[in-house]
Every structure is written in C-alpha cells, then in structure tokens.
Design a protein around this ligand. Sequence first.
Ligand code: GLY
Length: 461
Amino acid sequence: MFAPSVYIGRRKRLRNDIGSGLILFLGNEQSPINYPDNQYPFRQDSTFLYFFGLDCPGLAAIIDADQGIECVFGDDLTVDDIIWTGPQPPLQEKCQKAGVSETAALDQLQLVLDRAVAQDRQIHLLPQYRPENILKIQQLLAIHPAVIQDHVSESLVQAVVAQRSIKSDDEIAQIEAALDMSYEMQTTAMTMSKPGIYERQVAAAMEQIVLSRAGRLSFPTIFSIHGETLHNHYHGNIMNAGDIAVNDSGAQTQLGYASDITRTIPVSGRFSQRQKEIYAIVLDAQNKAIEAAKPGVEFRNVHRLASEVLISGLKDLGLVKGDVAEAVQAGVHTLFFQCGLGHMMGLDVHDMEGLGEDYVGYTDTIRRNPEFGWRSLRLGKALEPGFVITVEPGLYFIGELIDRWKAEQKNAEYVNYDAVEKYRDFGGIRIEDDVLITEEGSRMLGKPIPRTIEEVEAMSS
Ligand code: GLY
C-alpha cells in the first residue's frame, strides 16, 4: 500500500468535493468460476483500492461528507475461515494502513444506511458492474437492479473521475513498475516467436514472467497471428515463417496499477517488404500521435490525425485514393482502423471504464461520435497533465469487413478495392505505448521496448 497519508488525502478531497451526504463504496467479492469454492483470482474494485487500499474481499466503506466520519465495514475471519485461508490481520489493523480508524462489522452497514434513509440524507452511489454488488445494493437500499443506474450519483462519479484521472508521482512509479514487466514480456515474446512455436507457449511464458515477479496479467493476453481480430484471446495457432504476431499484453503490480503494450513481431525474425511497408505506416501514425498529444489538445483530434497518417500511407501504397482529410471525414480509415487510438490507463487498463466511459473520456460539450470506428474511441476530450493514456494505432485487414464494404461499394470513390483485396490475408499490425501527459507535452513511460522495424527485427532474430 501507499502511505496512509495518501489515502487520507484522497478521501479528504473527495469529501470536500461532494460536500454532503453519505458516500457508499462496495468492495468486490470472490467470484466463482464453475462452482462456489473454485474462484477467479480476487481483484478488488479499483475505486475502493484508490480510496482505501484494502485488497481483500467482503468490505464496504462509508464516508460521511457532512460529519467527516469514515468507516470500513467487514468481518474478521473466524477460526473456521482461518482453517482454509490462513490467518489474516484484523480489519482494524489493516485499516490503520489506510488511515481509517473506525471499523464496524458488516451487518452494521444496513443500520447506518437505514438511519440515513430515514433522515432523508443523500446516499452517493457509484455505478455497479459486479452482479454480487448489484444484489447488495438491492438489499441495502431497496433499489431494483434494473434501475440502479438511475440512482447513481453523477457528482460522485465526476469527483472520482477528476481525481483518478491525474496520476501522482507514486502512481506513475507503479505504472512504470508494471512496464518493467511489460518489457520482459515483450522482449521474451520477440525472442520466443519462431516458426513451429505455438502462440500459447509465448502467452504462457509472458504469464510466467508476471507471476514470478509477484504481479499478474492486467487483462487477458492478446497474442495472435490473427492480429486483425482486435481482441483475439485464442492462442491455439502454430506460428509459421512469414506470419506476424500481435502481442497486446500487460502486467499489473501488487497495488493494482497496469501496463498495456502492443508490439507486432515477425515470426521469422524479419518482416517481408509488404509487412515493413504497413508497419512503417503504423509507426509513423504512432510517432505523430505521441508528438501531438499535449495538454489542451482534444484526443479525438489526435485520433483524427493518426487516421490521416494511416490513410496517407495507404494512399502511397495504392489502397486508397483522393484527398486524405476528406477520406477520413468520410470514414474511409475505419475499413482499416476500426477502433480508437487509445484510452486512459491506471488502476484499470481501461481506466475507470466501470464508472462510465463517457464520464471518463468525454464531456458535456465533447461527445462521443456514434459513427462506426469513432464510437470505439474511448477518449475524446482535451488532455491534461497527469493523464496516462495509451497510443495504439493499427491497421487491420478483416476479410468479412472488406467483403461487406466491397459489396456495398462503400466509399468506392476513395477505396481501391482491387488493391485492398490483395491484402485480405495480411492480418493486422498494432503498436501501442503508455504515455504520460506532462506540462510541456508527453513522455513515453517505461524502459524503451524495441519498436522500430530494425529494433524489433534485432530482438526477434
Ligand atoms: N490492450 C487491450 C485493450 O485495450 O482492450
């Protein structure tokens, strides 16, 4: 955990921002996989971690914004529990590390909330994404699961997003510790990826790296020679000479901070000429996007810039034609770049997505564009110093999408379908780094991971 003063300071700011009422936080529970006692690895809710740092199941907390009272609710283990789990420090002792002096048994939470409801006090709730917690809200506050969203406190969501969006030096150090693991994961994947090796062998080696460093994966690894499938979690292919493998993977530290890095690896150690050409376009888009990412710049404009660089490169290769800016305005890039350029990152890989992506990435005036491609852009608003974002352009040749556009002759004035057809088996290339927005511009976080064609080939040979 960080020092108690960190959690005390975060809660104090939240209390001041909210002003009045009770703020309710629900920690996460153990979650069963296929029968009750066989559970997924426990992951605490990130907002709970942010304000209380306590990484164990069965907890809830209240901040009384009027009276300044903070209380964590939970039950100490019984001997029957300890037989299975081993001993744990008492809740009171754990809470001291978070600077919380008041604790109570879990069943006291209902009484506190009943009293607040009887006094007509406002109870500030966050959106809930775990079924267990949705049911807890139903029980504690008699709010039907279907309408919980109507009871979410917008002021609380906005206050949490405002605070979690700006990373402190301690948090950046954590992200860089996760990136140290990413460095090992990515370079290991580059050296291991050879003809005859299964994707799953590389995925397993990367998981071994994080487990052996007391970390864990920050999201299920995407490691695939079918990198055109954006979230491809299948690892069953054998890699062959000439293939390229997209490695989109990340680690999380013991405090829960994430990394999220993508490299594209030539399985035979060398990119073909055609792969080099597409790789160079994606790299150019990433470099220009990172250069453009500065305080005050709207990330949707950085996404547009990257899309224009991608289309300009494809125009040079003869896949598209016409005016580049007009082509992007018409959405031509979404045939090849169907997702967003990046997202916030921190305690969550898609930071705070559970609170509502539009609160995190958009504002009342900068709204999500509902068009295909654009609607997958998770971050559109102006960048601020302290944001940590991913910058992850890519080019993806998806046969089914090409077929659909071609059948519709969609954007035919800009797309050379005969040329595109020759790339339908190309796969995909993505390059992703984690970037801190600074007062002056931006800084790529972590130890540099081979990224240029020459660097990737040198590491892969
Ligand atoms: N790196 C995986 C994702 O952003 O969804």
